[in-house]
Design a protein around this ligand. Structure first.
Ligand SMILES: [Zn+2]
Length: 201
């Protein structure tokens, strides 16, 4: 571990910052020195925000989105249409789809995708809970909004097969999204088009 001005404490902060996505050694150093200059309250507010994310956020009991309480803000909103469940891979995708303003339904977060080569099978995701929700009744449509990647497609197909015969309409986002792309990087217009043009599976 490199030491900065002989301070192992500062070096430790830089090491931690370097683990963040998109932060190289130079940026880590710059942020560390910036934090050093902040007053105590400001710097500790950041530490507190990190602690709160790990200690006070949990998975929604119903949809596995990030939640501060038992239910996330979407599941606890009585205006949402519970007959439509939009299935996504991760909580970030909920944010992307919410930004389009087109989803009146609720979500289900899978917490990943089926990836046999990485040792991720259906049982490692929240698929069983989704099927249970769909079977509980009152669900009209399940929109499979997994990423248009090989894994996302395989996951969508697996879920569609499990839902066959339940009477629930299963749709998939339209192909406006480039194959191999990810929802989180799609712009709002592309996502709107994909959601509007969703097709029966
Ligand atoms: Zn929820």
């Amino acid at each position: 571990m490199a030491e900065f001005g002989g301070s192992a404490i500062l070096a430790r902060l830089i090491e931690q910052l370097r683990k963040l996505p998109g932060i190289g050694p130079r940026s880590a150093e710059r942020i560390a020195f910036h934090l050093l200059k902040l007053d105590r309250d400001e710097a500790l507010a950041l530490a507190d925000a990190i602690r709160a994310v790990k200690e006070d956020l949990r998975a929604c009991r119903e949809c596995f989105n990030l939640a501060e309480n038992e239910l996330c803000h979407i599941c606890s909103d009585h205006r949402r249409d519970r007959s439509q469940i939009v299935v996504v891979e991760q909580p970030k995708d909920v944010l992307s789809l919410e930004a389009t303003g087109l989803v009146s339904g609720v979500y289900h977060v899978l917490m990943g995708h089926i990836a046999p080569l990485e040792g991720v099978g259906p049982e490692d995701l929240t698929i069983a809970a989704l099927i249970e929700r769909a079977r509980r009744g009152g669900v009209r449509e399940v929109v499979l909004a997994t990423n248009p990647t090989a894994e996302g497609d395989a996951t969508a197909l697996h879920i569609a097969n499990l839902l066959a015969g339940t009477g629930v309409t299963v749709t998939r986002l339209a192909r406006g999204l480039a194959p191999g792309s990810h929802l989180e990087y799609a712009n709002r217009a592309m996502l709107e088009e994909a959601f509007r043009g969703r097709q029966h599976l």
